[in-house]
Design a protein around this ligand. Structure first.
Ligand SMILES: C[S@@+](CC[C@H](N)C(=O)[O-])C[C@H]1O[C@@H](n2cnc3c(N)ncnc32)[C@H](O)[C@@H]1O
Length: 268
């Protein structure tokens, strides 16, 4: 179970009911009361300062559940952006708007096979799985990989996301050629994988790389061109929040909404 409050923070909690059933059997749901949200599995017991709540095995979105002290929670179906708030965090998770760009620019869809690294928190991997892809994702930190596996179960995608512990660069030789439709990279050494993208990708497949810094972004773009990938392009991801008040409407004066750089290329 994880709790999320309105400030966007995320806390891990140890209340998850561990068992061997897969996501297909147990679809996690959100329990919502005001600005409190808990992501729980059916059958779990949730302890809060409002009392203990037993989540029925057959819980459904739209239900209302009560704690033993009589406080009500509404049951809501999990949606993609909830992963960002409720997964236990390790490596900095990709924000929903950048995930939207990755999925939109690469066309990830049902039946796609995706190679992803590094897994980190696993928000991107889980989001691609929810879009219908089968994902193989590498995480070099064994503790992070363990947390990511738990997150995949919490997100209901542990049956389609294979979290492998290891350095993706050292595993490339073990991967079959032309076995991926899309490669997504969020690592400092992404260029080393991009150099091998033409062997790993099917004809017409895409590579998408998220880089926080311009230096690594440039290295990725140059490597993609040297590897003869087509349509290499880089975009800064930046958004302005709009404010509407009695005086008028304008972009927020809060700090600029820059997150990083996304580089895309295609195997042709
Ligand atoms: C920024 S996080 C990725 C976050 C992820 N995209 C998400 O949405 O949750 C980067 C992760 O890559 C891992 N990493 C870095 N280099 C790696 C490599 N060569 N192979 C596997 N994992 C790597 C790091 O340990 C870290 O957990």
């Amino acid at each position: 179970m994880t709790e999320h409050d309105s400030d966007g923070g995320s806390d891990a909690d140890s209340g998850t009911d561990e068992d061997a059933e897969t996501a297909a059997d147990r679809v996690p749901v959100l329990l919502v009361r005001g600005d409190r949200e808990y992501l729980v599995e059916p059958g779990a017991e949730m302890g809060t300062d409002l009392g203990v709540l037993e989540v029925p095995e057959d819980v459904q979105p739209g239900d209302t559940l009560e704690t033993h002290l009589g406080d009500e929670f509404h049951v809501r179906r999990l949606r993609g952006p909830d992963l960002f708030h409720h997964f236990e965090r390790t490596g900095a998770p990709m924000v929903p708007r950048d995930i939207g760009l990755v999925i939109g620019e690469t066309g990830i869809a049902r039946g796609d096979r995706v190679l992803d690294a590094g897994t980190g928190t696993g928000v991107l991997a889980a989001s691609m799985a929810r879009a219908g892809a089968d994902v193989v994702t590498y995480e070099q930190d064994p503790d992070f990989a363990d947390v990511a596996r738990e997150n995949m179960a919490l997100g209901g995608v542990d049956d389609v996301v294979d979290v492998r512990t290891g350095d993706v660069c050292e595993e490339l030789e073990t991967l079959e050629s032309s076995s991926f439709d899309v490669i997504t990279l969020d690592t400092a050494d992404a260029a080393d994988v991009v150099a091998h993208a033409p062997e790993l990708l099917v004809d017409g497949g895409f590579v998408a790389v998220y880089s926080p810094f311009i230096e690594s972004t440039r290295e990725v773009a140059e490597t993609a061109r040297e590897a003869d990938l087509a349509n290499v392009r880089t975009r800064e991801t930046i958004q302005r929040e709009m404010e509407f008040d009695d005086r008028g409407s304008r972009p927020s004066t809060a700090p600029v909404g820059h997150t990083g750089y996304l580089t895309f290329a295609r195997n042709e």
